[in-house]
Design a protein around this ligand. Structure first.
Ligand SMILES: N[C@@H](CCC(=O)N[C@@H](CS)C(=O)NCC(=O)O)C(=O)O
Length: 233
């Protein structure tokens, strides 16, 4: 893409949105230029671009794209610096795709709606901490079991990344919901000393230190909880 003639990349989303953060992680990592408009889900401004009202949406010239995996594919094709986020090797690329698929089908629904957002709703209602922990216990158990199943898929022997010893979209898809979860009391249990997923936990700690993770931290659940803007006062 020639930078002098190319239309700007425009992203509609929110730092709070984990699927949006997947995209901003990749763009920030390579200092790509993009216009970021903060728009909440189901906002009227999304209606012309996203029939489901979900985040993120990418606009580029005449192109309107929703669904983060489609956005990731497009960005990797457009920006040479992001090409390597899909491994060249067919088997490694397939394993990265498997992580992305597992994120959408298994990890996100458990980490966000059933744990992070469920805790937030209970806290907002003023439910006592002991009762919150009790109500979330079944989801914590389900997450322990899921992490146990995912643990063998972490290719820890190859390096600090999920797949083939190289940074890939798999890392950027899996990080945001686990970063949110890690910032909650349930996350402290799941990724603490008694974790059933030590390699995944090490990977998470490594990811949280990356410059692009720091650049995209502001406005996330983890940052808002740390700043006392979410969670118990
Ligand atoms: N499959 C979609 C999922 C997008 C999605 O669920 N985005 C969340 C924010 S992280 C959202 O907009 N949620 C609003 C809602 O579910 O109503 C994608 O990959 O882009």
């Amino acid at each position: 893409m020639s930078s002098s003639t190319a239309p700007p990349l425009q992203l509609l989303g929110l730092p709070f949105s984990t699927y949006t953060r997947t995209i901003t992680l990749a763009l920030s990592a390579v200092d790509a230029s993009f216009q970021y408009t903060h728009v909440p889900p189901h906002d009227d401004r999304l209606a012309p671009h996203s029939p489901f009202g979900l985040l993120p949406v990418l606009l580029h010239g005449d192109l309107t794209l929703y669904e983060s995996r489609a956005v990731a594919g497009y960005l990797s094709a457009q920006l040479p610096a992001l090409r390597s986020l899909f491994p060249q090797d067919a088997a490694a690329a397939a394993r990265a795709e498997r992580w992305i698929s597992l994120l959408s089908s298994q990890l996100f629904p458990l980490a966000e709606p059933r744990l992070v957002k469920a805790r937030h709703a209970l806290e907002e209602e003023g439910v006592a901490e002991e009762e919150v922990a009790q109500k979330l216990q079944p989801a914590v158990e389900d997450m322990h079991a899921l992490l146990e199943k995912l643990e063998p898929l972490v290719e820890a022997e190859a390096g600090p990344w999920l797949v083939a010893g190289q940074k890939s979209w798999a890392d950027y898809f899996v990080l945001p919901p686990l970063a949110d979860l890690e910032a909650t009391p349930e996350g402290k249990l799941l990724f603490g000393a008694d974790t059933r997923a030590p390699n995944l936990t090490r990977w998470l700690r490594h990811m949280l230190q990356l410059p692009e993770a720091e650049k995209t931290y502001e406005g996330t659940v983890a940052q808002l909880r740390a700043a006392g803007k979410m969670g118990r006062k």
